[in-house]
Write a protein that binds this ligand. Structure first.
Ligand code: FAD
Ligand code: NAD
Length: 459
């Protein structure tokens, strides 16, 4: 990497933490030749999360929704250095990040210096400290989670088949519980029921009839970010497709073979399960908590506080935070938000460098007319550094049996689509959102394969 520009200005160190929606949208849009760019993340690939719920049951292959960060970096104009490591701590005063390598051969800790830091480390699934969730439930956040669900699903089905019909243990093993009626829980429950109805029913017809999918939601409705008509449509479809939807039901504790719930805050009941998937929303990861603990301006414990230029409160001059690790107000933590924030930040960093170039030229000039012209240009460019303005395009969700719902926003108008047409729209929207042609082709091939040959049921 060259260390300075032609006019002598030293290139700044830009460190990006994460390889998710926020970080990769920034990387793709940024002119990486303007900074010494270093990406730090324990995950060496980008994960296209919208199709993650389709992977445990084999509708989509896991490899179809990942894209190596090095391949994304290679398509940018400059050089990008990638460190496969986890950031443990940030020192905003010294402008360093403490990182720990995650590769098995080199397990070391080091400090990475930065001039600008972008924190885009996402969030983890919250458990609300409900006892027994860790150790008994499975999550659906990363590709490893999808693999765990797939293994558990296949094993549980095989285990259940070894018990005679009407055996209560067989019934328990064939009960699949999903907790959380947000889009993650809904989409996964829908995919699971599709798998039972469309594939398992062909090669284990009797057993498939005994399988039940239960979706548990603490609030009176599922999918609360959608229009009421779409919520009703999804709930009716679940009833038709035999997904047992239990609303106003909060899980209070989890045991290895059953969950303890409270309905409408009063009636208690225990639900035995063979597999439990937990999707009750987000909470900050450890690194975000460490940062909140050391920066006094970080008073919100649900996420990092930022201003309208995405600068971290308490470290505005050098640290940005985007995506799910921030405390969003007014909109849900989605890929759509992280993507727009990443692209906005790329534009801001490009403009920032232009200003720094002019300031450097001004500092090194003795010609008064040139200095005053440069000052004018700097002021103009600074005034054009706009605020982040989120444009909500709407929300989409797959709800099973080749149907989807779409709540679309265009300007001040909103449009609701549902059913088969919304499903086709959902498919085309996600194909369009994919980061690479490779992903697009693989996903289209997976859908075609499932349509003609069914899902792959091997582990
Ligand atoms: P992420 O994409 O989660 O990326 C975080 C990155 O940080 C990862 O690369 C991770 O490895 C890295 N990281 C973690 N810890 C560290 C550390 N200590 N140091 C360095 N790096 C670290 N949103 C939509 O808009 N539409 C959808 O259809 C949709 N579907 C979804 C389906 C599922 C199953 C899930 C779980 C989420 C879905 N979302 C969807 C939400 C969307 O995925 C998130 O809002 C989005 O990923 C947030 O982007 P991010 O960059 O903040 O975090
Ligand atoms: P969420 O926060 O959207 O929903 C979690 C649900 O779990 C809530 O409805 C909550 O009431 C329920 N819940 C919490 N505790 C519970 C308990 N003890 N018992 C029963 N229910 C309980 O979470 P998510 O679905 O994981 O989504 C996380 C984020 O990712 C959201 O912002 C979402 O919009 C986004 N996302 C979007 C899509 C999409 O657009 N298709 C898909 C997946 C995720």
């Amino acid at each position: 990497q060259s260390t300075a520009f032609a006019n002598g200005l030293k290139k700044k160190e830009l460190v990006i933490l994460g390889t998710g929606w926020g970080a990769i949208s920034l990387l793709k849009k940024l002119d990486t030749s303007l900074y010494n760019v270093t990406v730090v993340s324990p995950r060496s690939f980008f994960l296209f999360t919208p199709l993650l719920p389709s992977t445990p049951v084999g509708t989509i292959e896991m490899k179809s929704i990942v894209e190596p960060v090095r391949s994304i970096a290679r398509r940018t104009p400059g050089e990008v250095h990638y460190i496969e490591a986890e950031a443990l701590d940030i020192d905003p005063k010294a402008r360093t990040v403490l990182v720990q390598s995650v590769s098995e051969s080199e397990f070391f800790v080091s400090n990475v210096k930065y001039d600008y830091l972008v924190v885009s480390v996402g969030a983890k699934t919250t458990t609300f400290n409900i006892p027994g969730v860790y150790g008994n439930a499975l999550f659906l956040k990363e590709i490893g989670d999808a693999q765990n669900i797939r293994m558990k699903l296949m094993k549980t089905i095989e285990q259940a088949s070894s018990f005679p019909r009407n055996d209560p243990e067989r019934k328990r093993l064939l009960t699949f519980v999903v907790v959380g009626g947000g889009p993650t829980g809904v989409e996964f429950a829908a995919e699971l029921q599709d798998y039972v109805d469309q594939d398992l029913s062909k090669w284990m017809p009797d057993l498939s009839k005994e399988m039940s999918v239960i979706l548990i939601e603490a609030l009176p409705n599922i999918l609360n970010m959608f229009d009421k008509t779409l919520i009703k449509y999804a709930e009716d479809l679940f009833a038709r497709d035999r997904i047992d939807l239990q609303v106003n039901t909060a899980v209070k504790s989890v045991e290895p073979t059953y969950i303890h719930t409270l309905q409408s805050g009063q009636k208690a009941s225990d639900i035995p399960y063979g597999m439990l998937v937990w999707a009750t929303g987000n909470e900050p990861i450890e690194l975000s908590k460490v940062l909140m603990g050391k920066v006094p301006e970080q008073t919100n414990k649900r996420g990092l506080l930022i201003n309208d230029k995405l600068e971290l409160l308490g470290a505005e001059d050098s640290v940005y935070a985007i995506g799910d690790c921030t405390a969003h107000t007014g909109f849900f933590p989605t890929a759509q938000v992280a993507h727009q924030e990443g692209e906005y930040l790329a534009r801001t960093l490009d403009k920032k460098l232009e200003i720094e170039q002019l300031e450097w030229d001004m500092l090194n000039s003795t010609d008064e007319t040139k200095v005053s012209r440069l000052q004018g240009e700097i002021n103009l460019k600074k005034s054009k550094l706009d605020k982040f303005n989120y444009k909500h395009m709407g929300a989409l969700a797959y709800i099973g049996s080749e149907t989807a719902i779409a709540d679309l926003h265009m300007g001040d108008s909103s449009y609701q689509l549902k059913g088969m047409f919304a499903f086709l729209f959902w498919k085309s929207a996600y194909l369009a959102m994919c980061l690479s042609i490779r992903n697009r082709i693989l996903i289209a091939m997976d859908w075609t394969k499932v349509y003609f040959l069914g899902r792959d049921s091997s582990v």
